[in-house]
Design a protein around this ligand. Structure first.
Ligand code: ACO
Length: 317
């Protein structure tokens, strides 16, 4: 993983916008978040996380068949972040593509990579979740600007030499009728760049937070029950739940509905806020580094986001 050095605390935010540390902590669990420096773009964060991932499994960029970047905040719409990272790594035998499915992008990307490996299309795939969300926020809108942060996480998927250490199952869903719940409306085909568009701040993230909360609470519990059932697993058999780190209360409320203890949830939203596509990889990395998630553990990565997309991946570590 890679996160920018600059830390923005809730106390710092109190000086920028009409909010307070207590509100942010109790509603979201967030205490601080990281902010990219002015000269950093998403591909920089993605590249640094990718180097770490390759180093940790002793692979060279030349070993990669594919580079997939999950992001909602690409440097540019085209070329893709993945192409820039592939070029910078000199992963000369690899293809490159971005996946954009809201905060669920990383779970989507992981699933595509696993499917590509299972069908013998690729042997080794680099999957990166990377975001610089802070540059696309309206810092006058307290209902969104306190929630998000920047960061990148990366994993390398390959052919498993044994039955362990693998993606066991995955399920991806979307309800496109709810496309208005989380949206960055301006700057592209539907609403091209204009002075009026910028004055209305349509180039920043807009979110109906309450409706997102309700959607996740309604859809995720039955989806996750069904997912575990279809994966041949009781809910209790899951060692760790790694939710998209949007906020503490959402995780708590979905797990309560499933009658699963919060002790099984991996959380680091307090340190990084909502890093969208990066969040499940940041949480996974830290949980492994801290020795919480161990070899042989069954881990479900769950995410939800703009679309409204949602999905889950079951991994045996
Ligand atoms: N500081 C202080 N007060 C605030 C702030 C703030 N930062 N933001 C809102 N408020 C106020 C509101 O103005 C409102 O005041 P009022 O009652 O006087 O009108 C009050 O707090 C309650 O506002 P709500 O929006 O109802 O707050 P809620 O309890 O719903 O919490 C939150 C808001 C945290 C955003 C919640 O709705 C939530 O977690 N939603 C889910 C969002 C999410 O997880 N998105 C993830 C996907 S993001 C992606 O995919 C890119």
């Amino acid at each position: 993983m890679y996160v920018p050095e600059k830390v923005l605390t809730n106390k710092d935010l109190e000086k920028i916008v009409d909010t307070n540390d207590e509100w942010i902590r109790t509603r979201t669990g967030i205490v601080e978040r990281r902010v990219a420096s002015d000269d950093q773009v998403t591909s920089d964060l993605a590249y640094l996380a990718a180097l770490e991932a390759l180093r940790s499994c002793s692979l060279s960029p030349k070993d990669l068949d594919m580079v997939i970047v999950a992001t909602n905040t690409p440097d540019t719409i085209f070329p893709s972040v993945a192409a820039k990272v592939q070029g910078r790594l000199a992963a000369t035998k690899a293809g490159a593509s971005d996946i954009q499915s809201g905060c669920t992008s990383s779970v989507y990307a992981l699933t595509y990579a696993a499917a590509g490996i299972a069908s013998f299309l690729w042997e080794r795939v680099l999957v990166i979740g990377a975001e610089v969300l802070t540059r696309l926020l309206n810092w006058e809108d307290r209902s969104t600007c306190v929630l998000f942060g920047d960061g990148a996480g990366a994993v390398v998927l390959g052919v498993s030499p044994d039955d362990k250490n693998r993606v066991i199952s995955a399920s991806l869903r979307s309800d496109g009728t709810k496309s208005d719940l989380i949206i960055l409306p301006g700057g592209l085909v539907e609403c091209p760049a204009s002075v009026e568009m910028i004055e209305k701040k349509l180039h920043t993230i807009h979110m109906k937070g309450n409706d997102v909360f309700k959607f996740v609470n309604k859809e995720l519990p039955p989806f996750l029950s069904e997912f575990c059932d279809e994966s041949g697993l009781a809910l209790d058999d899951v060692d760790w739940w790694i939710f998209h780190q949007a906020n503490y209360r959402i995780v708590e409320s979905v797990l309560r509905r499933l009658d699963v203890s919060m002790d099984k949830a991996i959380l680091n939203v307090d340190k990084y806020g909502n890093t969208s596509s990066a969040s499940v990889f940041l949480a996974f990395h830290e949980a492994k580094a801290e020795g919480k998630v161990k070899r042989g553990d069954k881990v479900v990565m769950v995410s939800f986001g703009s679309g409204m997309t949602y999905g889950a991946t079951l991994i045996e570590v």
